[in-house]
Ligand binder design. Structure first.
Ligand SMILES: CC(C)(COP(=O)(O)OP(=O)(O)OC[C@H]1O[C@@H](n2cnc3c(N)ncnc32)[C@H](O)[C@@H]1OP(=O)(O)O)[C@@H](O)C(=O)NCCC(=O)NCCS
Length: 150
């Protein structure tokens, strides 16, 4: 974890990104990376897909959505999806990715970042609270909406 960096999703890292494994029970909280890749492909002007590298190894994936004109407040500057490889969790990689995405959002003029996630014991709630998000509401599907002031 000494040499963490973000790299744009590309032909070089797409296979590694797509084969990141999660811990048992976590799959229900996040769609497969392949879904994000497809979404990024059809939303090239707003999606910001990045892999997290530790040295040469792909250890995580994060995708932001930057759409200042979105009619939905919670989609203007948000973490669309993220995951850290099972074997690399608990080492600060998720925090690193959120901080990097927050810096990108700030540089684009956003003053807050939002995220939506399923509540539940094996879910990412404790992580998002630990990195500074605060719950601000709920979607019609019962997902928590949380925000980080930048
Ligand atoms: C959520 C996830 C991205 C966290 O990544 P990570 O690299 O393990 O998190 P970090 O090591 O950077 O942890 C950052 C902080 O969150 C806390 N944290 C992380 N997971 C936690 C958990 N399950 N319970 C309690 N605290 C947790 C850590 O203790 C740490 O706190 P600290 O810095 O105050 O010590 C990872 O567990 C994951 O990929 N989960 C499955 C996919 C998912 O749910 N994605 C989010 C949907 S959008």
């Amino acid at each position: 974890m000494s040499d963490l960096r973000l790299e744009e999703l590309s032909a070089t890292n797409i296979v590694a990104a797509n084969t990141l494994t999660l811990k048992p029970g976590q799959e229900q909280f996040v769609a497969p990376v392949s879904h994000s890749i497809a979404e990024a492909y059809v939303n090239p002007s707003t999606a910001w897909p990045r892999v997290v590298l530790d040295g040469d190894e792909v250890v995580g994936f994060i995708m932001g959505n930057f759409d200042p004109d979105s009619p939905h407040d919670e989609f203007r500057g948000c973490i669309w999806r993220m995951n850290v490889a099972a074997s690399a969790q608990g080492r600060g990689i998720g925090r690193f990715a959120v901080v990097a995405l927050a810096e990108e959002a700030r540089s684009r003029g956003f003053d807050r970042l939002t995220v939506m996630f399923e509540p539940g014991e094996d879910g990412p709630e404790a992580f998002f609270l630990a990195v500074g998000f605060e719950p601000i509401g709920e979607t019609q599907f019962g997902e928590t909406i949380a925000a980080l002031t930048l």
